[in-house]
Design a protein around this ligand. Structure first.
Ligand code: BGC
Length: 846
């Protein structure tokens, strides 16, 4: 082992560093090596203090750097979600988002960001679609590469995830994704391949699922053959949290780090495997080398101290960037008769919808965080000078009862609850630790105090003062056993629950009970719960897990919400209805059950009713994936506003009032009906197996092959101005492995306001040995144009743009023959075509 001297590799050249890494490994004891291959705690790796090598601290996630608490942690900048960023089609912007996220991660003392998510949108129902970019692998890969370059340029590691074939949340730890190799290569591996070639992410996260029969963390095909051998990837592979499924096979496949810590399948188990000869010291050394390389790249050599993360960086520059990213992501789907933007002629606006006064800033799960602040549509639209705003909620859409924390107070009058932790699962006389928490979604995955682990109990105490008198409802779900008392009376007994729900990864369904309460009379709420695992009797399951509960509360409604909305809309110059989903409908941990807006048609009925009384009805939909729009013909304007982080309200107001022209384009097709989508027959699988039966035809490739009418096509998005495309030109006629071509197209802004247009380039292979999609996106370029201005968009195509994967080679092939470069303003709005050819077939591996 190396002596007490600190090790510093960071100043050497790359080659010198590599040699030193090898020499350092040879000096590490077996014990230290094993220590490095699993986490120290939930978010950190093991330090080597005697060598002056610190821990690596990881943090989620794609749209922010959350820090070390899953819920209610240190405030952080909340960026637009993945699909919203993708809708910008702006690689420079994604680069800037990446570099700003690096600063955010550093403020949380983290060196590794668990992002970006590059899984594809196979079905509109994917619970994490909002968090990932697109249905298209090229758009996904290019945006991910820009984001990673931005992030790593500032010294923070990206962890591109989840490798691979992780397109659903249903049974995500056990589901076997059965994917033909060609589809795997051309679609699901592709974003990783592009990012590794163009941005070299320093880390990669294996997914929870199995790929063709073997778990992702121990899959020699994806991890060894493709990633390490073909792509020559030297970065660290980190298992998804709790996604290390073996000791021997995962090390042998090259999964370097088990997370979270402390070790479950490494540590002692790995030492025993080594002693038995099931793994060799060379296997271990390979992984140790990759972890040391990551420590070195992120500056952990000679920086052993873990600093507290209380720093926040709420800067004006970050605020502006988030607002700009939000504006550029908003996608104008429809705009008849100049319904948008709203001009000075609009004096009175009816602002309607369940999402008007709520900040629908992000989806749920590990991508969520506590933002520095929120901007709601109401506040931002109402801030416009000279407008009278009238509001109506219009519909109720909560998946579970709204959090009681919206109204509850601690005994000392603070918003939130008192949370008392007891050591052991039997409560006891006095709590060991008492905390105040702001929210009643008490997900204790990573935040139960270490002092009470491994078995603990907890009480939640708070008070509600009802606003009205009536039969009010409480909703309760718990991870372990739990009971809810109201005024000391047991209202919900969930102690021995048997029916699993969706919240908090492993909680029960929500149990709802009503109780008569009087307006103005304080009500005491008490919850008792433990972290014993439920349901009881799961063979072989650990006796204690992570614990947690969620408390909801709702007073009985007193008004007809739709009628109220119709009444105010009839009397306004324009009606804006903000509909959509939220972090409970769209989240990690489960998939959506329907493509319709929740709940029970209430939002659809609301839109139709309002559209009947106000001709200038503008619908704004906030969701991270497509929804059905049965009212599409009834309203003149529709904006798709995704989840846009802390500047969501301001970005929307910028577009509504025309301060900015919309320039978002759909990164995903909006089908007319759920039944039309490519994964419909194979979703979400059966008997823990999901067959990717649609093969290479997902997204627009599927809809085009079937000539199916869609609601809005891939790449679609309108502007407040109009763009005229000139004749496209190509720099040559022959593309080869050494000769790329540039397609150039002049674009003119024909309107009276400035705007941006994304020119899309699709390739059609006229004749190929194997079937290929009608066309495939291979490049794009976003140009900003003032009124009357013309610019030339240049898009380069190379061998990767024409290849497909042929398993009979096996490898990528560009077949000799004729091709077309198709220029479009969307996948269906084609503005020009130029031919070129490949003269001699050629093939390659990476
Ligand atoms: C998610 C990852 C995330 C990790 C840590 C997992 O459940 O799948 O994306 O980075 O948790 O929060």
């Amino acid at each position: 082992m190396v002596g007490q001297k600190s090790v510093k590799l960071v100043n050497g050249s790359q080659e010198e560093d590599e040699v030193e890494l090898k020499s350092l490994i040879s000096k590490l004891s077996e014990e230290k090596k094993i220590l490095l291959l699993s986490g120290k705690d939930f978010w950190r790796t093991q330090p080597l203090p005697e060598l002056n090598v610190g821990s690596l601290k990881t943090t989620d996630g794609p749209n922010g750097a959350r820090g070390e608490f899953f819920t209610d942690g240190t405030p952080a900048a909340l960026f637009p979600c993945g699909i919203s960023l993708a809708a910008t089609w702006n690689v420079d912007l994604l680069h800037k988002v990446g570099s700003t996220l690096a600063k955010e991660a550093k403020a949380k003392q983290a060196q590794v960001l668990l992002a970006p998510t590059v899984c594809l949108h196979r079905s509109p129902l994917g619970g994490r679609n909002f968090e990932s970019f697109s249905e298209d692998p090229i758009l996904t890969g290019k945006l991910a590469a820009a984001y990673i370059n931005g992030l790593q340029g500032e010294g923070v590691a990206a962890t591109i995830k989840h490798f691979v074939a992780n397109e659903q949340e249903t049974l995500r730890m056990q589901i076997n994704s059965v994917v033909e190799e060609r589809a795997l290569r051309e679609l699901y591996l592709k974003p990783f391949e592009i990012a590794i070639r163009d941005a070299n992410p320093w880390a990669l996260m294996s997914s929870y699922n199995l790929i063709n029969g073997l778990h992702a963390d121990m899959n020699p095909f994806t991890l060894r053959k493709v990633l390490r051998e073909e792509w020559r990837y030297k970065g660290a592979v980190i298992s998804d949290w709790g996604g290390t499924n073996s000791t021997v096979e995962s090390i042998k496949a090259g999964c370097d780090l088990e997370m979270p810590g402390p070790a479950k399948l490494r540590g002692k188990a790995l030492k025993a495997a080594l002693d038995r000869g099931d793994v060799t010291i060379q296997d271990i050394d390979e992984s140790v080398e990759r972890i040391l390389r990551l420590l070195n790249k992120t500056g952990r050599f000679g920086a052993p101290l873990d600093e507290p993360e209380e720093k926040t960086l709420d800067t004006e520059e970050t605020r502006e960037l988030i607002r700009k990213a939000g504006v550029e992501g908003i996608t104008l789907l429809k705009n008849n008769d100049g319904a948008l933007p709203l001009g000075p002629e609009v004096k009175k606006i009816a602002l309607i919808g369940p999402n008007v006064k709520r900040a629908i800033a992000g989806g749920g799960g590990s991508a969520s965080l506590k933002p520095y602040y929120n901007t709601t549509p109401y506040d931002s639209i109402a801030a416009a000078p000279g407008c009278e705003i009238i509001f109506a909620q219009g519909a109720q859409i909560d998946k579970w009862l709204p959090l009681a924390s919206n109204v509850c107070k601690t005994p000392s009058g603070q918003p939130g609850v008192v949370l008392e932790f007891f050591k052991g699962d039997k409560f006891g006389d006095s709590p060991l630790i008492v905390q105040t928490r702001a929210k009643t979604d008490l997900f204790l995955w990573d935040s139960a105090p270490v002092e009470v682990l491994p078995a603990y109990s907890f009480k939640v105490k708070t008070t509600i003062v009802p606003e009205t008198t009536g039969e009010h409802q409480f909703g309760f779900q718990s991870v372990g056993p739990g009971r809810l008392f109201v005024n000391k009376q047991l209202l919900i007994d969930n102690w021995n629950w048997t029916q699993a729900g969706e919240a908090m990864f492993e909680a029960s369904v929500e149990v709802v009970a009503s109780i008569h309460l009087d307006s103005g009379v304080p009500v005491e709420i008490l919850v008792e719960s433990t972290n014993e695992t439920r349901p009881l009797g799961k063979a072989g399951a650990p006796t204690h897990g992570y614990g947690g509960c969620r408390i909801g509360y709702q007073e009985s409604p007193t008004v007809d919400l739709i009628q109220e909305a119709v009444d105010i809309a009839a009397d306004a110059d324009a009606a804006i209805i903000i509909v959509g989903l939220d972090a409970e409908w769209e989240s990690e941990g489960y998939d959506r059950q329907s493509m319709d807006l929740p709940k029970d048609g209430s939002q659809d009925r609301l839109v139709s009713a309002v559209a009947k009384v106000n001709k200038r009805t503008i619908v704004v939909n906030q969701s991270g994936s497509p929804v059905t729009m049965p009212w599409v013909e009834e309203v003149p304007a529709i904006l798709q506003a995704w989840y846009q982080g802390q500047e969501a309200g301001n970005a929307l107001a910028d577009i509504i009032f025309g301060n900015e022209s919309p320039s978002g384009k759909l990164p995903v097709t909006f089908p007319k009906r759920l039944e039309d989508n490519p994964a419909y027959h194979n979703w979400p699988g059966e008997n823990k197996k999901v067959v990717y039966g649609e093969g290479i035809y997902i997204g627009y490739k599927h809809y085009e092959r079937l000539a199916l009418d869609v609601l809005f096509p891939f790449g679609h998005g309108l502007s407040y101005t109009e763009f005229y495309y000139g004749e496209p030109k190509i720099s040559g006629t022959v593309l080869s492995s050494s000769n790329s071509l540039t397609v150039s197209v002049p674009v003119t802004n024909k309107g009276k306001v400035g705007g941006q247009e994304t020119v899309q380039l699709y390739i059609r292979d006229i004749n190929s040995r194997l079937p290929r999609p009608e066309k495939e996106l291979q490049g794009f370029s976003k140009v900003a144009l003032g009124p009357g201005e013309t610019k030339v968009a240049n898009i380069v195509i190379d061998m990767y743009s024409v290849g497909y994967y042929d398993t009979s080679i096996p490898g990528w092939i560009a077949e000799a023959g004729e091709f077309e470069a198709i220029i479009g303003s969307s996948s269906q709005d084609i503005r020009g075509t130029v031919p070129f050819k490949v003269e001699e077939s050629f093939s390659w591996v990476f």
